[in-house]
Design a protein around this ligand. Sequence first.
Ligand code: BGC
Length: 937
Amino acid sequence: MDYLKHPVGTDRMPDLTWTIAADGIDVMQTAWQVQLSQSDDFSELIYDSKKVEGSESAHVRIDQVRLTSCTRYYVRVKVWASGEFDLAVQEQESGFCTPASFVTGLLNREWQGEFVSAETRADKSNSKGTFLRREFLIRPGIREAYICATALGLYHLYLNGEKVGQDQMAPGWTSYHHHLCYQTYDVTKQLCEGKNVIGAHVGAGWYKGMMGFVHERNNYGEQTALLLQLTVRYEDGSEQVLATDTDWIGCDSPVTFSEIYDGEYYDARLEQPGWNRTGFVPVMDDCFHRLTKEAYDALARDPLLIPFSDEEKKAQRRTAEAYVPKTTAWHPVETVQYSKEVLTAQPGCRVTIETEIPAVRLFMTPKGERVLDFGQNLTGWVRFTARQKPGQLLHLRCFETLDSQGNAYFDNLREAKAQVRYICAGYGEVCYQEQFSFQGFRYAKLEEWPEDAVCADFTACVVYSQMEETGHFSCSHPLVNQLEHNIEWGLRGNFLDIPTDCPQRDERMGWTGDAQIFCRTATFLRNTWPFFKKWLKDVACDQTPEGGVPHMVPDIMPFHVITDWLLGQGTHSAAAWADVAVINPWVLYLTYGDKEILRLQFDSMKKWIDFMKEHAVGEIWNYKLQFGDWVALDAEEGSYFGATPNDLTCTAYYAYSTGLFAKICRVLDKPALAQEYQALYERIVKTFQKTFLDEEGVMKVQTQTAHIVALYFGLIPERGVQKTTEGLKRLLEKENGHLVTGFVGTPYFCHALSRNGCVKEAYDLLLKEDFPSWLYQVKAGATTVWEHWDGLKPDGSMWSPDMNSFNHYAYGAIGEWMYRVIAGIEIDEEAPGYRHAILAPKTDSRLAWAAGSYDSVYGSVSVRWEEMDQRVTVTVCVPVNTTASLILEQGASDIQNGQQNVKEIVFTERKDGIKQAELGSGTWAVSYMRAQETAGM
Ligand code: BGC
């Protein structure tokens, strides 16, 4: 339902998708029936579609239902399908499937309360945690109960002392002033008759904490706040609503500081056991127990008692009270005015602890540092257990890599402190994990820690947005498998509510280019529809009035005067970055076959194309700050900007996005617009050719990236394709077979080769093991993908610490080539969503086998091939209700049907000599003799 198994908190009737399992072959759905009920036995139906003739089984819209807010609904489906069952063509009728359920949020934004804050305006200069609390009574006879909640900042919710839901870092990071998500929780089982207590722990997060290049606080507001509504429905039909209002009380929590980059300070001496339970008596004391001058000085002298470094203390001495532990007295909350029009339900794809990894070793570096190794570069936090003494400081700092001497290396974190400082309150064991921050790390240095620490005391909690796993790829080459692992961990590390560039240094922002480049790979690996749908809304929200697309979304730049050397030149509309507005919706449409995303993003896409049109000179597009072929190796020494001219990369993307937009207009049945933008596209292509190609249609600019984008985007006229491909091969040879490409060229390099008859050369590139290459990183011990090819150079030195992330998914964009070409799982643009798949694996003798699968909206599409003595055996699975073309490699001969085939696959020979067969659903196998491997062309 809406691409989630059981959406909780939706603001509409979800679109329905079901997959069909059937034993037969060539099975297609002929009819379906959907029923909706408020009970899982379907004794009373709210809706019954009755039998509907048709083959639609993905994103089926049911318009006729009127839903009530905060209610659970059950849905079940049955289908009729025809196909070949037991060697005879027949129609079969299924039973109803196991019901799935969904819960509605506040469908008409019927919020009854206000945002409330335990902070005051005076708290604008800190990033502390606060508690909020409300006691209330519940009558007997609860039928169902739901909480809808959100925060300005971050929140954890508790009901009678137990955490509500599994959410972390909620409500995530959106373009808060235009779009703030709220989460819905089913609390039916957590409520009890009589007295109950809701507690919320609120922190600064992205809303109020320091973020971005500007390194400033209060980007969205100066006060954290909570908005919550509990709806209880009783068996007798009555309803009770409790909302945040001035009856709530609040106080400071033991989190004395928490921000995204710097980590968390926790003073356990400020704990109030039971603060979120019944029976707790809050001390309502408005006379502040500020520390006396003597006590304050004593604290300042004793570093163990104050959770700040000397440097920080010095800096803060001027605003002395900022670090004096505050009282834990409770006080009435303040209301905070904030529009509720911007609230939208977030039914799934919440951030949670997805995996836990125990520390693999605790060791001493040559410098004598005590360091933990988790064996995997990841994003999240360290959960630790320690045996404490009162007042003792536990202090650790997270980091990604060791330096060439094997010591802790923090330089590439730049300003991010990435630390946890925990002050113990008493004796006995403590267990803690950060609550309002996250770090990107493989290692943690124990800066201050009791001597008795052991490895088993530490676990890494891996934190990211919940998305169903959809893709699997493996092959006989262990280094390629490790690369696949690294790509996947790049995703895990950077899909934390928004697609981030990297999770460790003082950035962690939604760089649009990175998200554009990696979108297709990510969408193989995970069901990204809810994730990108949510984020693309922010792309649209944060576009400039003229249609420019920010470099980062959510965009905090408009709130500041930018003096940064780079972004001072421009904060929006860079080619390849801003094109996320068109490319990502297109990738989602192709993958899921659902036009909804194109409709939702239509205005945003059109505005972006029109922005380029407005600012192009002729059809050459270029604008203020461009990143070009960012961090390419053909850049001048020490520069980030690759050698390919901006006019070329910009105009190539202008053409590509405009061409896609013309297609999108056709898909959405807007013929006049389609024609208009197709004509614009053709003009751009012509200008591109006139400007950048010679008379023979061959690229003048001698960089790999110029050739790659021109080939992949189809900007080379037919007559010049072969020569341009040869040109690319020459440039590759010049580098001894290595790529020197950056963000623009790298994602398409292998495609540009394999699409133009150079499959072997594309494999050569992928399988290169020496510097620079994907497998060089793997051999250097990478567990995620690096930002720079030369992040760690062969001589052990590193790229400058000013920008050297070891967990940057951008170059992981090679992942889609592995799925689309090695496994050969390709989408047919005419029947997207794998309704008709194109299965065309390309083998290479250096792999004995490869296997890829993708769980499409119709079911799993998979391809596996193995090769022995030139004979290739390919086994494919085509889901029910879909068809596929199986396309064999050039030169395939002696084709033999697999023994398990229920019926013979009949191949026809295309004009180009390639053999192709049409398949219905089922598992099919075929083997053939491969042509001798030759270098392309
Ligand atoms: C980020 C990139 C981003 C780039 C744009 C970097 O600092 O980490 O991944 O796309 O800036 O220039």
